[in-house]
Design a protein around this ligand. Structure first.
Ligand code: SAM
Length: 238
């Protein structure tokens, strides 16, 4: 098994211990990702130490702001190769997770990972967020929506907030551009029923890239006309 000390000690700071079984799942996930990446574009980051920091530790970094040891229903919008969602599910098996993406081939890879690791309480879902956000069994049904590297925050808020229950949270994984994006999102959040409550700005150990977790509370129901039809949120951001 590869050396997961960095992740183990990161989690220990938050009193979370990672069993050998969970580490071995992360290791199998890494193997499968590298293998599949030979013929399907999943990630530009492939070297193990970099994956450990930029994918695995980055994904779990929201433990700074939310307790994931509870039985939360979570959706990862635009999960791609499974970041942050798949890492969160492996490290916090009690969450109920939907991995959502518009590219079926990436979801096929994630289904293979789910089968190999025999995970339960996890499902993939294919579609455009602009459409799925109107489905009765998905709209305003999740305690938490997470998303990384999918769209600018004004656009992303329209894709993500419709999935979140009133009283739930949307956490957007951003970089040093996060504050500027948030400044442009005030109008969108107001319309969509969101309220930004915190920007958590930090760097990850062993990496000087700035990370900004933007925490948005869902304080009101989202009007029925949102999200708008596929493509409109990015063409005409709120
Ligand atoms: N979140 C992953 C990460 O951080 O590595 C993947 C990021 S990748 C750059 C963006 C992903 O979002 C792609 O897999 C794409 O298919 C998906 N995506 C983009 N727009 C979407 C939409 N409107 N609905 C659903 N998925 C979308």
């Amino acid at each position: 098994m590869r050396d997961y000390k960095r992740l183990i000690s990161y989690l220990e700071q938050y009193n979370i211990s990672l069993s050998d079984e969970l580490i071995s799942r992360l290791d199998t996930y890494y193997d499968m990702m590298i293998e599949t990446n030979k013929y399907l574009n999943l990630t530009a980051i492939t070297e193990f130490d970099e994956v450990l920091i930029k994918h695995y530790i980055d994904s779990v970094s929201i433990i700074r702001d939310i307790d994931l040891t509870k039985d939360l229903s979570v959706i990862d919008v635009g999960t791609g190769a499974g970041f942050p969602g798949m890492v969160l599910k492996i490290v916090f098996p009690s969450i109920k997770l939907t991995l959502f993406d518009s590219l079926q081939k990436r979801l096929n890879f994630l289904n293979d990972v789910i089968d190999s690791l025999r995970l339960d309480g996890i499902a993939t879902c294919h579609g455009r967020a602009e459409e799925a956000g109107h489905l009765p069994d998905m709209r305003e049904k999740y305690d938490l929506c997470v998303s990384r590297a999918v769209a600018n925050l004004p656009v992303l808020s329209e894709l993500c907030l419709p999935f979140v229950k009133v009283g739930g949270k949307f956490i957007s994984y951003k970089s040093d551009k996060g504050s500027d994006e948030l400044a442009l999102s005030k109008h969108a959040l107001d319309i969509l029923g969101g309220e930004a409550v915190k920007e958590d700005i930090f760097t990850l150990d062993g990496n000087d890239m700035v990370r900004n977790l933007i925490i948005i509370d869902k304080i009101r129901e989202c009007p029925k006309s949102y999200p708008r039809k596929p493509g409109t949120p990015s063409k005409k951001p709120l």
